[in-house]
Structures are given as C-alpha cells and as structure tokens.
Design a protein around this ligand. Structure first.
Ligand code: PLP
Length: 456
C-alpha cells in the first residue's frame, strides 16, 4: 500500500461523505475515495497526477478558476492582521464594511442591508426567519407560509431543505417541515401542453401560483422562493414571460420574493445577478458560492428596504435583532470575497460568461441536437444542460434503472471531464468556471461526444 492508498483507507474509515453510497464507500466496494491534490485554472488534479477539466466549477462555485494567488494572499493578509472578531453589537472590520457596501451597489432591486452566514443553506434558513419576523412585527402573524418550486434546490438544512423540492432530499429525514407549499417547475419542454407557447405556459404557471395563494388564503402566505435559473433540479432557464407573470401575482397578494442567487449571482448567467437578466425585483436575495468563488465559505442575505424598514422600526419595541452566528461577517471571508469580486469585475467575468456561454450552447447544439437520444439542449451564460430521452419524437424518458445520465457522466470523467449527472432525470450539466476559454470549451465538447458514443 503506497502513501495515497493509505490516505484513501483513512478516509474510507473515517469520513462521512455527503451524497455518497456509504456502505460501498466504507467497505471499499463503492467509489474509491478520489484524493484531489491541486488545481489550476479550469483543471483539477488527483493524487495520481490525473488531470480533469472541471466542467462544473466544483459545485457551480469556483467562478474565478483555481489557483488565483491574489485571493489566497488576501486571505493570508487578513489572517495575519486579524484572523477573527465577531460582528455582534455593531463590531465590524474594514473588509466587512467595504464588502457590504459593494454588494448593495451591485445588487438588483432596493436592498438595504447585508446579513452574513457561511453557506447557501444557512442564508435561506435566515430568509425564512426574516419572512416570519417581518410579518410578526407588522402585525400579520398568520402570513408565514413559504411557496417553493418543485425541483428547486435551496440547501439541505431543516427549513432550506424543506424548501428544496426534490423528495430524495427529504426521505427518511422528516422533511419537509410544515408551512412549505409547492408550485410547479417552469420547464416548457416537459410541462407545456401541445401547441402552448412559452408565454402561455408561463402565464399558466403564474395562474397556478395565484390559485395556490387564493386557496391557502393570501393572509397566510408570506413568501415565494426561487432560483432565477433553476439549478440542481436540472439547469432550467425560465420560459419567456415567466418572471414578469410570477411577480405580478406576488405583488397582488403582498407575498415577498426571495431570489435564491446562490448559483446565478456574480456573473454566472452573464449579468451580475440572475435577477438583472430577468427583470426580477426581489425583496430578499441569497448569495454564496461565487461570493468568494469558494476560496473560503461565506454567504449573505441581502435584505430589501421594505423588510428592513419594518425590522429597524420595531427595535424599540422588540429589542435587538436576535439572530446571528459566531462567524457572521468573518473578516477572512470578507477579505476573500473582496479579492474574488475584484477579479470578477476587473476581468469582466459576467461579460465573458455571456459570450462564452453563448459559444458553449452553440457548440453543444451543433454537436448533439441531431442525436436521437437528445431531447433538449438548454442553457444561459455559463450554465448548460443536455437532457437525454429514450424516444425524442414521443418525448419518453429512459428507464431510470438504465442510469443513462450517470453513465455518460462517468464515461466523460474517465476521459478527463467533470460534467455532472444532475440528480433528477437523465441530464448532463455544465457550469464551468467563468474563466474557461473557447479552446477549453471545445475540449469539453469533444470529450462529451466521445462519452456519448461510448454509452449509446
Ligand atoms: N441555493 C442554491 C440555488 C444552491 O444551488 C445551493 C447549493 O447548491 C444552495 C442554495 C445551498 O448552498 P450550500 O450547499 O452552500 O448550503
């Protein structure tokens, strides 16, 4: 047993890996632990020296690419200067104040303040509490239910996990908790009726949302949460007219809109936020991932004027805002975010995501549209997906037992590309670092073609 085998064995015996078949993993029958040793640009390298193009930017998060020393140096500088102080009771740091001002200037809508956490899940957990707090403080204690979408992904903590709309994140874990309502996924390809245009389909989804709110009673519905582009549920850009129709309903019934920008934020869809692209005017915004490009954990809730004004006004009556973490506003996280966002802005990574994302979509369409097992190719910015079907003409899905999506993803991996088999349906997802260039996109497409050929 060499050094790396020994490390793999230690891992097998000791780490509870997320989203992993645990029994096989522990016994060594399942996937062998893959030790990732290093990374540069868009490529990661395992301990055996194999390189892989990371077509998924980790988990849609390493937007600036790997090995950016300027972020590492900013982290080190802050650690030397002041590794930690909390942000309770008005304590702050220069990096935190600068980051917060910057986020408010970048953000869509009328945002007032920024609250910090460490993950997308905890940001969404905070959003739910803000909705409840806001409605309690303004004398509407019944207005608490939160509507989330089927196949939306908002994290896996208790409330965020409940807002996530895929059963396998709930099963055997006593989720969802009560008070979470579900509305339909806006996927025109599968959901539209024969001959229904995108506009008509969007309006139907909005009508369903309205019917749900009316059925429950508008006085009981506090918020609607959604990703501008639905991510983990299948990388599904909204159909034309969707966001305008949805927002009209929310405004009519005084329902807050939480934009979960954890994937879309900071350039991924070709604009600073997904909300900019689709004309979304959220009341609350969650960000994480691209905020630091995952160089260190950090998330944030941007709190809109409407909500913040109520919270601030009530302080004399109810006392301090009693929510926060030891690590809220961690100075090293703030320093990392400022350095990562400097790169996003200086290198115009939103602009690059728009042009290179268009190139990626065009290449995928060119190469795979004619394949008899390709149902839909879709994407926006540096988010793209190929959805595989058993019969294109009749739009029938593959038997899930055939694991077509996972097998294509695995074949790509063996050829040096990480493209993710999305957890719902036979979908191959791409979300590369925003710094990926056209030559690297061509490499991804070439490997995908070879993988497809092998499996079909
Ligand atoms: N929201 C969205 C849209 C996400 O894609 C994710 C993670 O993929 C989360 C929330 C949860 O973030 P985290 O895994 O950092 O808790």
């Amino acid at each position: 047993m060499d050094h790396f085998d020994a490390i793999a064995e230690l891992d097998r015996q000791s780490v509870l890996h997320p989203f992993t078949y645990l029994k096989g993993h522990a016994s060594g029958e399942g996937p062998v632990p893959v030790i990732i040793e290093g990374a540069k640009g868009v490529r990661i390298r395992d301990a055996r020296g194999h390189e892989l193009i990371d077509g998924f930017a980790g988990l849609y998060c390493v937007n600036i690419g790997y090995g950016r020393t300027e972020v590492a140096e900013a982290i080190a500088r802050q650690a030397y200067k002041l590794a930690y102080y909390h942000s309770y009771a008005g304590h702050t740091t220069e990096e935190l104040a600068r980051l917060s001002d910057r986020l408010l200037r970048m953000a869509p809508g009328r945002m007032s303040k920024v609250f910090y956490g460490l993950s997308g899940s905890d940001a969404n957990e905070t959003q739910a509490k803000l909705v409840w707090y806001y409605n309690n403080l303004r004398g509407k204690p019944a207005k608490k239910k939160i509507i989330a979408r089927e196949r939306g992904y908002h994290g896996c903590s208790v409330i965020a996990g409940s807002m996530t709309g895929m059963n396998f994140y709930h099963d055997h874990m006593d989720l969802p908790v009560s008070g979470i309502l579900r509305t339909g996924v806006p996927h025109h390809y599968w959901g539209a009726m024969p001959g229904e245009t995108e506009q008509e389909f969007s309006q139907r989804r909005a009508d369903e949302l309205e019917a749900l709110i009316l059925g429950e009673g508008p006085g009981t519905v506090g918020a609607f949460i959604a990703e501008p582009v639905l991510g983990t549920g299948g990388i599904i850009p909204p159909p034309a007219g969707y966001w305008a129709a949805i927002q009209a309903v929310l405004r009519r019934y005084d329902v807050l809109l939480i934009a979960d920008e954890v994937i879309c934020g900071f350039g991924r869809v070709g604009t600073p936020f997904g909300s900019h692209l689709y004309g979304i005017e959220p009341d609350l915004i969650s960000v994480a991932k691209g905020l630091t490009s995952a160089y260190i954990p950090l998330s944030a809730c941007l709190v809109g004027e409407k909500v913040y004004a109520v919270i601030e006004e009530a302080t004399d009556r109810v006392g301090p805002f009693s929510h926060g973490y030891t690590y809220s506003g961690h100075p090293i996280g703030a320093a990392a975010a400022n350095a990562a966002l400097d790169i996003v802005e200086r290198e115009d990574l939103a602009g690059k995501a728009a042009t290179r994302g268009a190139y990626l979509l065009q290449r995928l369409t060119q190469e795979f549209q004619q394949s008899p097992i390709v149902g839909e190719i879709r994407g926006v910015g540096m988010l793209a997906a190929i959805e595989f079907v058993a019969d294109r003409a009749h739009k029938t899905r593959f038997d899930p037992a055939l694991k077509v999506g996972p097998r294509i993803s695995q074949a790509a991996r063996e050829r040096g590309l990480i493209a993710r088999a999305m957890p719902h349906g036979d979908i191959l997802g791409f979300a590369p670092p925003l710094v990926m260039n056209e030559g690297e996109i061509d490499e991804m497409v070439d490997i995908t073609r070879a993988a497809l050929r092998q499996v079909t």
